[in-house]
Design a protein around this ligand. Structure first.
Ligand code: GLN
Length: 310
């Protein structure tokens, strides 16, 4: 473990770099409710042992979106052996957008290639329904609240907006049903409702920094609670490194040099083995669905504080 020293000055500098890029990228508009967010919000949060540093709009709530996929997969790892899981969802990086139908169609047996693209996360939710039944969303919310070290709620408006515009996700789930990846008894509406609610969980960079800390501290939260095993934390970090920013993961590894997971709400959570938590937010996205300013702020911090691990 290395000791990385953050300070407010360097975070303010990174925030200023991010602000220079406000106006670039676009907020997600395929989910109507997400179009309403203010594209000029921007924030960075850091946790180091007992030091918190927050700059910008750190109290601003936004939907967690695909960042929840890390937590969904952690629940799957808790309940299924890896070799069983891999019959439903792979661990390969993706070369296409996160909701690509063609990538699913062309993958071996139409098994989603990783759990961080939509098809993969939807399969994981279906598997979790097999364990938790109608308590699945409660189990997800509980696990997310442990990871983020706070009591979370979800936005009904965003979940309903996602549901009403879920054409791509429906295509993916029906393709997986037709190929036998999902059993014919799958309750499609129940699985999708849970997935949309999970993506609509509201969070802030302050909360997400706790998730980052936990992943970077071998699966233990700041107050010492074990949230996932060391091995699970390592698997999650490995998947974040290879798949966390979708088909941008190679570029992200070069620019920032850390495992990370993004969401179309505009958040990015990083991970390392250096026992600090780091999360950024700004809702305008690049063409891959990653926060445009967020990537640039992380790139600055990584360069300045030598955060990169590759
Ligand atoms: N809820 C979003 C969707 O299903 C999640 C996508 C994302 O954050 N990349 O499309």
């Amino acid at each position: 473990m290395r000791k990385i020293i953050f300070n407010e000055k360097v975070l303010e500098e990174a925030l200023a770099i991010g602000k220079e890029h406000l106006g670039e990228g676009n907020v997600a508009d395929y989910i109507p409710e997400l179009k309403k967010v203010d594209p000029n919000k921007i924030a960075i949060s850091v946790i180091e042992d007992d030091k918190y540093i927050n700059v910008g709009d750190c109290e601003q709530k936004f939907s967690i979106q695909s960042i929840i996929k890390v937590i969904l997969y952690s629940l799957a790892l808790e309940n299924y052996r890896m070799d069983v899981l891999k019959q439903y969802v792979g661990v390969k990086p993706s070369a296409k957008p996160f909701n690509s139908v063609i990538e699913l169609e062309l993958s071996e047996k139409s098994i989603p290639i990783n759990p961080f693209i939509n098809a993969g996360a939807i399969v994981v939710v279906a598997l979790l329904h097999g364990i938790y039944g109608d308590k699945t969303f409660d189990a997800i919310l509980k696990k997310a609240s442990e990871f983020l070290a706070t009591d979370l709620t979800y936005s009904k408006e965003i979940a309903e907006s996602e549901k009403a515009s879920s054409f791509a996700n429906r295509t993916l789930i029906y393709l997986m049903l037709s190929r036998g990846i999902l059993s014919k008894n799958t309750n499609v509406e129940e699985v999708l409702d849970t997935y949309f609610k999970a993506c609509s969980i509201l969070t802030t960079t302050k909360d997400l920094a706790h998730m980052s800390y936990c992943l970077s501290n071998g699966g233990k939260s700041l107050n010492g609670n074990r949230i996932v095993t060391e091995k699970e934390a390592r698997i999650l970090r490995a998947l974040m490194a290879t798949c966390g920013t979708y088909d941008y993961s190679g570029d992200f590894a070069i620019r920032v040099g850390l495992p990370a997971k993004s969401g179309v709400g505009g958040g990015i959570v990083t991970a390392s083995e250096d026992k600090y938590g780091l999360a950024v937010y700004s809702p305008a996205l690049d063409s891959h669905g990653n926060s445009y300013c967020g990537v640039r702020m992380l790139e600055y911090l990584s360069e300045k504080l030598k955060l990169f691990i590759y």
